[in-house]
Design a protein. Structure first.
Length: 198
């Protein structure tokens, strides 16, 4: 992950980097899809010839950046736009879950998939699957921290700021918040005891 500058979507806080095996993931994923389909088996030799180049170029187009308010993905636009150009913006306050998964193919290739689920998505399940993010756990935690800061009105994620790291958080103990109520109840008890003794 690298830090970047400013963008039309606001300040760029971090940029994800992708594993070199990302193209292999898409290549073998294509082989599996063709192998399990009835007519796809006939296309496997064609995929073997052109799939490697296509997948390398396609994997090279992936850009994932974390901004102050959004997560922005750009990919595709290769092979005369047969792999369509996609720019997807996910508002941080709509993210409900970020999870990491590693299936059989991913395990074999050493890549991890980041799954993004959002509120109000028109499609069921996850809105976005992102295989091959390097240091995916670290990137996920960074997105979740920035989401928390954005939703709760805190300042943007800035891990290098010593003042935020050193700022103490005030915590009120349970005893402090309950003490006035306990005093009031004990006074009421004393009054009731006096009344009953008279």
């Amino acid at each position: 992950m690298t830090e970047a500058g400013n963008d039309a979507h606001g300040r760029v806080l971090a940029e994800a980097t992708f594993e070199s095996a990302l193209w292999q993931y898409y290549y073998w994923y294509g082989v599996i899809i063709l192998a399990v389909s009835v007519y796809g088996i006939a296309l496997i030799p064609l995929w073997m010839c052109f799939g490697i180049y296509t997948c390398k170029v396609f994997a090279g187009t992936f850009e994932l950046t974390l901004h102050e308010k959004v997560l922005l993905l750009k990919k595709g636009g290769v092979c005369f736009h047969c792999c369509a150009r996609v720019e997807k913006t996910i508002l941080l306050d709509r993210i409900q879950d970020l999870s990491i998964q590693q299936g059989c193919l991913e395990k074999c290739l050493g890549v991890i998939t980041l799954k993004v689920e959002t509120a109000g998505s028109s499609q069921p399940g996850a809105e976005l699957f992102l295989p091959g993010i390097r240091d995916s756990s670290e990137f996920r935690d960074m997105v979740l921290r920035q989401r928390h800061n954005y939703v709760h009105g805190a300042r943007p994620l800035d891990e290098k700021s010593p003042e935020t790291a050193a700022r103490p958080t005030r915590r009120t103990s349970l005893d402090e918040s309950v003490a006035p109520l306990a005093n009031l109840l004990s006074q009421i008890r004393d009054l009731l005891e006096k009344q009953s003794s008279v």
